[in-house]
Design a protein around this ligand. Structure first.
Ligand code: MN
Length: 262
C-alpha cells in the first residue's frame, strides 16, 4: 500500500447553516464531495457520492475502471434520488479524490475530478494543483478575462460547469502516475482555497509533519480567515523519507541471454 499516512478534517464554517461537504479517508480511497442544492439536498448528494466510494474502502486490488465506475454509479444514484422528491431537484455534488490503484502490475496514484474541489501535490519547495477546476471562474481565467488571483473572489465563484447528478453524465478528468519518495497530497473543497492563498497552504503543508495535524490546522486556518464556505481537507502521505532498512538495489551483473540463438 503506497498510502502510508492520512488525516482528514471538515468544518461547517462561519456562515453556512449546514455542512454539505463529505469525505472518505479510508485506504485505498481518499475522496471529497462538495454538495449543492437547498433543503438538505446538497448534503444528501455528497453523502450518496461518498457512500459509493465506501464500498471500495479496504479493498486490496482497486483499478482505474473500478474508480471510474464508482463515479458513474454515484451520478446515477443521485439522479435517481433527486427524482423522488421535488425538493431534491437539481441536487448535485463535486467529487474529487486520490485512490491507490493497481495499474500495469504495480501500485499507482489515481487522481480524478468532477467540479471545483481540488487535489494538490506538495513537492520539494512548491505546491502544484493536479486537478483543473470545472468552473466558470476557471473558464474566465483560461480565456484571459480575469487573473487567477482574482478568480478566488470572482462573484460567480460557485458556478461549476461539471458535477454529479446530471444527465448526460459528466466526464471525470483523471491522472495516473507512479509513487515517488516524499509524496504528499491534499484533497480539498473550495472552502479552503477561498480563504487561504496557495502560498499559505504550502507553508503549512511543508512544515506540519503529521497528516491529521495538518488537516486540522488547514481547516482551522480557513475558518478563522473567514469561513465563508464549508471547508474540508484530506491529507494523504506516501513514503515520506528514505527508509534505512530498504534492501540494497541488486547490481550484480546477470548473464546475458542471447535471443534468437540458432
Ligand atoms: Mn464549497
Amino acid at each position: 500500500m503506497i498510502a502510508k499516512g492520512w488525516g482528514a478534517a471538515t468544518d461547517r464554517g462561519r456562515l453556512r447553516k449546514v455542512n454539505e461537504d463529505r469525505f472518505i479517508a479510508s485506504p485505498p480511497v481518499f475522496v471529497v464531495a462538495d454538495g449543492m442544492g437547498g433543503h438538505a439536498a446538497g448534503d444528501l448528494a455528497s453523502q450518496l457520492a461518498i457512500d459509493e466510494f465506501g464500498s471500495m474502502a479496504g479493498v486490496d486490488h482497486v483499478t482505474v475502471s473500478d474508480t471510474m465506475l464508482a463515479v458513474d454509479r454515484a451520478n446515477e444514484t443521485i439522479l435517481a434520488e433527486s427524482s423522488k422528491d421535488s425538493a431534491r431537484l437539481g441536487m448535485g455534488t463535486t467529487i474529487t479524490g486520490i485512490v491507490t490503484v493497481v495499474a500495469a502490475g504495480s501500485e499507482h496514484w489515481l487522481v480524478f475530478n468532477v467540479g471545483d474541489s481540488r487535489v494538490y501535490r506538495v513537492m520539494d519547495g512548491r505546491i502544484e494543483q493536479i486537478t483543473t477546476d470545472h468552473s466558470e471562474a476557471e473558464e474566465m481565467v483560461a480565456a484571459g478575462k480575469i487573473t487567477r488571483e482574482a478568480s478566488r473572489q470572482y462573484h460567480r465563484r460557485n458556478v461549476v460547469t461539471r458535477s454529479l447528478g446530471t444527465d448526460p453524465a459528466p466526464t471525470a478528468d483523471s491522472w495516473v502516475f507512479p509513487p515517488e519518495l516524499g509524496d504528499r497530497f491534499l484533497v480539498c473543497s473550495d472552502g479552503l482555497t477561498l480563504e487561504l492563498a496557495e502560498s499559505a497552504i504550502h507553508e503549512l503543508a511543508a512544515n506540519v509533519d503529521d497528516p491529521q495535524d495538518l488537516a486540522d490546522q488547514l481547516v482551522a486556518r480557513a475558518v478563522s480567515a473567514g469561513g465563508r464556505d464549508n471547508v474540508t481537507v484530506v491529507v494523504v502521505d506516501g513514503e515520506r523519507a528514505a527508509s534505512t532498512d530498504e534492501p540494497e538495489v541488486d547490481t550484480t551483473p546477470r548473464p546475458l541471454v542471447q535471443e534468437n540463438a540458432i
